[in-house]
Design a protein around this ligand. Sequence first.
Ligand code: TUI
Length: 318
Amino acid sequence: MKTKLTELLGIRYPVIQGGMAWVAEHRLASAVSEAGGLGIIGAGGAPAAFVREEIRKARELTDRPFGVNLMLMNPEADEIAEIIAREGVRVVTTGAGNPAKYMIRWKEAGIRVIPVVASTAMAKLMERAGADAVVAEGMESGGHIGSLTTMALVPQVADAVSIPVIAAGGIGDGRGLAAALMLGAAGVQMGTRFVVARESIVHPNYKEKLIKAKDIDSEVTGMSTGHPVRSLRNRMTREYLRLEQEGAGFEELEKLGLGALRRAVMEGDVVNGTVMAGQIAGMVKQEQTCQEMLEEIMAQAEKLLSQPPVLAAGEGEM
Ligand code: TUI
């Protein structure tokens, strides 16, 4: 399947992996790239030196292009931005902020820059600043989210900019990919599905909780602080929401969130840790290799696109 995205990045399938903090490390990123998508190392809140090592380790595991996601609230964002430029990374995605101040440096290093946006205003701003594409991420996503749904956001962003748009949020299989292309996207970004990849190093408890989750099992905390985060319901989200309802201040709430994602991903504390996941958690049913996932997703999308269900021969009145 050729799209503006596969051409822009030189990849086989129009699928990029989300830049998930702690989860998206060199093994997952290189496996996604080896399987024909675009793997991404998520800098999350990690120190710059750690990110540099992750980039070098990924390069040992694949000759294919991979990217780095710079989470813009990282205290070492400036240093990481410079490392990305110096280490010969091919693609950068950004999250949770405006990356405009790094754009000239990255473009001059020949990097494809793909900011994640949650509004048409931000998408237009990024296009003017020189972005090569944008990820339009709906609130179905796991982690830090905006307020629009993918269904509403993607076509509006596609109308607002002329660079390729990558749809994210609520996409976990070939139906989601086919639908995203119909909405005007040139490809998709998936996070939650890749969390349970065989090559993903997240603690088995995290994978198990995700595989057991149903459609309604995610919750959004942090609405009151201006940093809404979607994760699976557990003692942590209940306690957080109770404190928010009681009018707890920003500082008390932030303290609760600090390190909680790391506790869930690395230590397997899925009770008191933050188990970030998107609304498609209910359709994540089993651990598979990245290659199995991508082949299944592409086969399903290609079938749907060549034979849209509503036009299927001889079925009903339509
Ligand atoms: O960034 C994400 N998802 C994330 S970042 C993250 S780490 C974290 N953990 C706890 C609390 C806060 C962060 C976990 N998940 N997705 C991309 C994304 N970016 N979603 C929404 C946005 C966004 C929001 C506002 C992008 C730009 C923006 O603009 C604000 C501005 O600066 O004008």
